[in-house]
Design a protein around this ligand. Structure first.
Ligand SMILES: C[S@@+](CC[C@H](N)C(=O)[O-])C[C@H]1O[C@@H](n2cnc3c(N)ncnc32)[C@H](O)[C@@H]1O
Length: 253
């Protein structure tokens, strides 16, 4: 169980920056074995459409052209599996995640699907990637960046490991901006999701933390500025599902 922190006026846990990673690690340790099932339940399957949009933007080459993808905070490997499926015969993916339990679930899935050769799971911190400069054609992060304590460091690392002309894509929950939907979304997020967390993984607090982290995440235009500050060019974003999520894009040029 994640440790309870001090509550803010809004009832959110106030977690000092230096304690945030340990809290996040507890959350994903707690949910790892049922993480993929929970994604389907919480989003009503919508996460599949959001991830499909991300993979379309990655646009891995068909045929035999080599293509190397790094999926940061890649957890159980969902994005990597989808990119391998969409790409050609020489598509190689690396999943880096700080949580060994999430990676272990991913490794088992890769073995079941016979994809061990196309996907490598690496334990590591997005703030200090264990990879050389300019080593990937594309870098992705899906529903991961808001969990990283120092977002600016993770963005700088994504930029560092991309080759020139490579693309960074970040899928993240965002700010609902459709009147009516926002109230419904709040009701759902703060009531239904923790209840689902309790019923399915036996941990409502973990999912309460995840909902709170969505609300704290910068708005898309602010995040786009952070990407520019990290060195990305042609930065753009696209809101999806009324702003529930946003797909951010930037290039290393
Ligand atoms: C919500 S999950 C997303 C998993 C996967 N990208 C997906 O879309 O299914 C967030 C992931 O971020 C990972 N994470 C959190 N902090 C991290 C860090 N500093 N470096 C690398 N991974 C991190 C967690 O361990 C967890 O697997």
């Amino acid at each position: 169980m994640p440790q309870a922190g001090k509550n803010t006026d809004f009832g959110f846990q106030e977690v000092p920056l230096e304690d945030k990673q340990a809290l996040v690690d507890d959350v994903f340790h707690s949910v790892a074995s049922r993480y993929d099932l929970m994604n389907d339940l919480m989003s009503g399957g919508l996460h599949r459409a959001w991830k499909a949009a991300l993979v379309t933007a990655v646009n891995p080459p068909k045929g035999e052209r080599p293509f190397a993808l790094l999926d940061m905070a890649g957890g159980t490997g969902d994005i990597a599996f989808r990119v391998i499926e969409a790409g050609g015969t020489d598509t190689r993916t690396t999943v880096v995640d700080i949580n060994a339990d999430m990676l272990e679930v991913g490794r088992e899935r890769a073995a079941e699907r016979g994809l061990d050769d196309a996907i490598t799971f690496v334990e590591g911190n997005a703030e200090a990637l264990p990879f050389p400069d300019r080593s990937y054609d594309a870098v992705t992060i899906a529903f991961g960046i808001r969990n990283v304590p120092r977002i600016d460091k993770a963005l700088a690392e994504a930029h560092r490991v991309l080759r020139l002309g490579g693309r960074f894509l970040c899928l993240e929950f965002s700010a609902v901006d459709v009147p009516g939907l926002d109230a419904l979304y709040d009701l759902y997020s703060f009531n239904v999701i923790p209840a689902l967390g309790r019923a399915v993984v036996g941990d409502a607090e973990a999912y309460r933390y995840l909902v709170e982290s969505i609300r704290r995440f910068p708005r898309p235009d602010t995040f786009a500025e952070m990407m520019r500050a990290a060195g990305f060019r042609r930065v753009a974003f696209q809101r999806m599902s009324g702003g529930i999520v946003a797909l951010h894009s930037g290039w290393r040029l």
